[in-house]
Design a protein around this ligand. Structure first.
Ligand code: ADP
Length: 301
């Protein structure tokens, strides 16, 4: 069983040929409302891969909150621990896509109203889990409370430190596996990732900070991690990438699933790279996350 503590956002996406300047209106097209938020994405990723998943989070009592919770339920995620508030809106990301690149305005809204007290109210749920997964789109003291409750109860913890921000060693000491991408690694370790050597040094820094294991995702280059003090690389699968949204989230969800099944990092990353590869071949956040059967078929080819 996996518990995800994190964000739920509705992505409102419009494509445009040019971005508006102040005071200007430009015509866009292909509007889409896509369920997202790193927490919800990771919960759905794990559930589609066959895991039993519960999510702890917070939404507003509005259209977007309803839709996000419905989508989690359709994916068999337990939503009983998602708080609903009347006086704040659900997290919203307004995204304009311009020739493959995007500009985003994010209102975290209800995501910033999930508190350490909410975590205390879920101790039993967390204690009964195999793995707890969290990210940084909710208040840091809530992240820390979740990690500590999990550790005190012998539950394995995964921290996806996104969006990147500095973290103190006390928090990192409660993390079993940290799972950053390249830019998050650079901010957390202060080491620019230029080559194999710098990746190795960054992995070492995490270890010195008390994190048991670290896995750095390197986009189309795959993944790096430490095994027996040596840097290991697991290359990605060659696919035609159309939209990298939620690639990292799918990888996090997949790692949680494999860890809950008792797999070590080394045996898990091959599977996670396959899940990430399938995710980048499709558009959107949650709609692009693959089912277990699709991953198994992809790995057979
Ligand atoms: P994030 O989305 O958090 O920035 P990454 O871009 O590092 O994360 O991607 C996460 C994982 O998704 C990678 O480790 C890899 O397994 C997979 N992936 C990402 N981009 C590609 C790609 N172009 N081709 C194949 N796999 C990819």
């Amino acid at each position: 069983k996996i518990v995800v503590v994190g964000s739920l956002n509705m992505d409102l996406v419009i494509r445009t040929d040019s971005l508006p300047r102040m005071g200007e209106t430009v015509i866009g097209k292909d509007f889409a409302m896509v369920p997202g938020g790193k927490g919800a994405n990771q919960a759905v990723a794990a559930a589609r891969l066959g895991a039993q998943v519960a999510m702890i989070g917070c939404v507003g009592n509005d259209l977007f909150g309803n839709k996000l919770v419905d989508t989690l339920q359709e994916n068999h995620v337990d939503t009983r621990y998602i708080k609903r508030l009347d006086d704040v809106s659900t997290g919203i990301a307004v995204i304009t896509v311009n020739r493959g690149d995007n500009c985003i305005i994010l209102d975290s809204g209800a995501n910033y109203r999930i508190t350490p007290e909410d975590i205390e109210a879920c101790v039993e749920l967390i204690a009964g889990a195999d793995v707890l997964v969290t990210q940084l789109e909710i208040p840091l003291d809530t992240v820390e409370a979740a990690l500590k409750v999990a550790k005190q109860n012998g539950v394995q913890t995964i921290l996806n430190p996104a969006p990147a921000q500095k973290l103190d060693d006390g928090l990192l000491g409660a993390v079993d596996v940290i799972l950053p991408n390249e830019s998050e690694t650079e901010l957390l370790t202060g080491i620019p990732l230029r080559d194999e050597d710098s990746i190795g040094r960054a992995l070492q820094v995490f270890q010195e900070k008390g994190v048991a294991e670290s896995v750095i995702t390197l986009g189309s280059r795959g993944t790096a991690y430490l095994s027996g003090g040596e840097v290991q690389f697991a290359s990605s699968f060659p696919v035609k990438a159309v939209d990298t949204t939620a690639a990292g989230d799918s990888f996090v969800g997949a790692l949680a699933v494999r860890m809950a099944q008792g797999a070590g990092i080394k045996e898990a990353v091959h599977f996670c790279n396959a899940v990430g590869a399938l995710t980048v071949t499709r558009r959107g956040a949650q709609p692009s996350l693959p089912a277990l059967s699709e991953v198994e078929e992809f790995l057979r080819k």
